[in-house]
Design a protein around this ligand. Structure first.
Ligand SMILES: [Zn+2]
Length: 511
C-alpha cells in the first residue's frame, strides 16, 4: 500500500536523516536530498517532516514502502524487479559520486588499507548496494568432517524471479548489442537497470554501485563489494575490459598485486574452463574478502621440493580437492613456482586415475588459484582441476557425482573449493519434508519434496536409528555437511586412497 502524504514526508525525511547520519549525504545537502527522493518516487510534495535520529532505520523496509509509492505514481513497474529498480534509483540519489568515493578511498588507503576497505565496505552497505538484510536471511552452519569444519550456506538472499518477469523475458526479442555487456562490466556503475520485457532483456539496477579504480599488472581494474555476499567483506575485482576469464602467470600476478594492496584480504580466481569454473566465465574477474576459509586452516600432510625453486616452501594440503600450497616472502619466486606448477599441470595426463590433459584437442586441466598473506609471506594455494567428462559421469568426472545431486549438482567454484558450500533455497522445504517423514515413518518417495532425497535419507535413518525430534534438525545439517565433504572429494583429481596418493606423487615428481 502506498503511503499517505504525512507518512511519505516522514519516511523520506527519515531516509534523508539516515543518509546524513551515515555520511552518504552532507547535512548541507539535506533539502536537496529530500527533493531528489521525492522526484525519484514521482512525488512533488509534501514538505519534509521533523524526524529525530534515524541511525537504526530499517533500510530494506523503508525502500520497499517508497517503491510502492513509485509504483502508485506510475514511475516504477508493478513487479518485484520494478520495485527493486525504484529502490536502487532512490539510493543512487543519496550515494556520493564515484569520483568522490574513489578520492576518499585512495586518501584513506595511503594511510591504511584496512581503514580504506572498512570505509568503502560501510558505504556499500549503507547505500543499500550490499544487501545486509537479505544476506542475514541466509541459513548458515558449520559441520565437523574429516576435512575440518566445513561451512554451509543455504542461499536465501537472492530474490526469487517474478513469474511475470520470466514470461516477459520469454516474449522479449534478443539483440546482439547488449549494454552493459554483463553484470561485471564497470559500465554498470550507476546503470538504471532494465525490466525483463526490455528488448535487451533484464538487467539489475546499479545506481548505488560504486567501484574503486585499481591498477593491476599495469592495467585498469575495479574493486566493488558483492551485493549478495557469501562471506565477510566479499568483494569482486574486475577487469575494465569485458574479456574471458584466464588463469595464467598474468592473472596470478594480479592476485599478488591485490594482496600487496590489501594484505588483510584473500583473493582468488575461478578456473577458466567450464564445469570446474564459476558461473561467469565471460568477464575476467577475481573474488576476495576478509574471511578465513576452512581450506586456509587445512594442515599440510607432506612437503615436496621443486628443483628450480629451492626457496619456495611447497606443501600438499589435507583437503578433499588436490591443493598444493606454495609459500615464500619473495613474490617473484612464488609467482615463478606457481606458474611452473600450472604449466606442468596443463599438459599432465594420468589415465590410471582419469586425468586427461586434453581430448580431441580440447584442454581439460586448469587450476583454481587462491592467494593470501601470512605475515611477510605470500601463500599461493593451487587447487588442481580437470573438467574431463565420461559416459559414467557426463557432467564431469571431477564434479559432484549423481548420487549427491539431490543436494548439490552445480559447479564447485572458487568459494566452495575453499570449503564454503552455497546451497540452493529449495533445500529448506525439502529438508524439512525429509525430517518430517523420517520422524513420522511416512513415505519419503510419495512426497515430491522429499522423493529426490529418499535413498540418502534412508541411509541417514540407518545411521541414526533413534532419531528424535530434538536432534533431527541438527542430524540433517550434519549429514548435509558430510555430503558437501563428499562432493569436494568428487572434485579432487587425486583421491585419498593408495592409488590416488601414488598418482599424486607421480605428478609431484614431474615438477
Ligand atoms: Zn562484462
Amino acid at each position: 500500500m502506498a503511503l499517505d502524504g504525512s507518512a511519505l514526508a516522514h519516511t523520506v525525511s527519515s531516509l534523508v536523516s539516515y543518509a546524513v547520519g551515515c555520511g552518504l549525504v552532507d547535512a548541507a545537502d539535506e533539502a536537496w536530498a529530500y527533493n531528489a527522493v521525492l522526484e525519484s518516487v514521482g512525488a512533488t510534495g509534501p514538505a519534509p517532516a521533523a524526524v529525530g535520529d534515524a541511525s537504526d532505520l530499517d533500510l530494506e523496509a523503508t525502500l520497499a514502502s517508497l517503491a510502492e509509492v513509485a509504483v502508485a505514481n506510475g514511475v516504477a513497474d508493478d513487479t518485484g524487479t520494478g520495485r527493486d529498480r525504484a529502490a536502487m534509483r532512490i539510493m543512487g540519489r543519496l550515494t556520493p559520486r564515484p569520483s568522490d568515493v574513489a578520492a576518499r578511498f585512495h586518501d584513506l588507503e595511503a594511510a591504511s588499507p584496512v581503514s580504506a576497505t572498512d570505509w568503502f565496505y560501510k558505504l556499500s552497505c549503507d547505500a543499500g548496494y550490499v544487501r545486509r538484510a537479505a544476506i542475514a536471511r541466509n541459513i548458515r552452519w558449520t559441520t565437523p568432517t574429516r576435512w575440518g569444519d566445513l561451512e554451509i550456506t543455504i542461499n536465501l538472499s537472492k530474490p526469487e524471479k517474478d513469474p511475470r518477469d520470466i514470461a516477459a523475458a520469454g516474449a522479449a526479442a534478443s539483440t546482439d548489442e547488449v549494454y552493459p555487456a554483463c553484470q561485471l562490466c564497470m559500465s554498470n556503475e550507476g546503470y538504471p537497470g532494465r525490466a525483463a520485457a526490455d528488448v535487451a532483456g533484464a538487467h539489475p539496477a546499479r545506481q548505488n554501485l560504486r567501484i574503486i579504480p585499481l591498477e593491476l599488472e599495469g592495467e585498469r581494474w575495479g574493486l566493488q563489494y558483492s551485493p549478495y555476499a557469501y562471506f565477510d567483506e566479499h568483494c569482486i575485482a574486475m577487469s575494465a575490459e569485458h574479456r574471458p576469464m584466464h588463469v595464467d602467470r598474468t592473472s596470478m600476478s594480479c592476485l599478488l598485486d591485490l594482496v600487496d594492496l590489501f594484505p588483510h584480504y584473500l583473493f582468488g580466481s575461478n578456473a577458466d574452463l567450464p564445469i570446474v569454473g564459476g558461473s561467469i566465465l565471460s568477464h575476467d574477474h577475481f573474488q576476495g574478502g576478509r574471511h578465513v576459509f576452512p581450506m586456509m586452516r587445512a594442515a599440510s600432510c607432506e612437503t615436496f621440493a621443486m628443483g628450480e625453486h629451492p626457496d619456495v616452501s611447497c606443501e600438499v594440503l589435507v583437503w578433499p580437492l588436490s591443493v598444493l600450497r606454495l609459500t615464500s616472502p619473495d613474490r617473484t619466486h612464488v609467482l615463478d613456482a606457481a606458474t611452473h606448477v600450472l604449466t606442468c599441470w596443463r599438459s599432465y595426463s594420468d589415465a590410471s586415475v582419469g586425468v586427461l590433459a586434453e581430448t580431441c584437442g580440447v584442454p581439460h586441466n586448469t587450476c583454481t588459484p587462491i592467494v593470501h598473506r601470512d605475515g611477510d609471506d605470500y601463500v599461493v594455494d593451487l587447487a588442481l582441476r580437470c573438467n574431463v567428462t565420461s559416459d559414467e559421469n557426463p557432467l564431469g568426472v571431477f564434479h559432484p557425482h549423481a548420487r549427491w545431486h539431490h543436494i548439490k549438482k552445480e559447479n564447485i567454484g572458487l568459494i566452495e573449493v575453499m570449503g564454503l558450500a552455497i546451497l540452493p533455497p529449495r533445500l529448506v522445504g525439502e529438508l524439512d519434508a525429509v525430517r518430517v517423514h523420517l520422524l513420522d515413518g511416512t513415505s519419503l518417495d510419495d512426497d515430491p519434496l522429499s522423493a529426490s532425497h529418499a535413498p540418502w535419507a534412508r541411509e541417514v535413518a540407518e545411521r541414526h536409528p533413534d532419531l528424535t525430534a530434538d536432534v533431527a534438525d541438527q542430524v540433517l545439517k550434519d549429514e548435509v555437511g558430510a555430503v558437501f565433504g563428499h562432493v569436494l572429494e568428487d572434485a579432487g583429481v587425486f583421491k585419498w586412497d593408495d592409488e590416488g596418493r601414488a598418482a599424486l606423487e607421480r605428478f609431484l615428481a614431474t615438477l
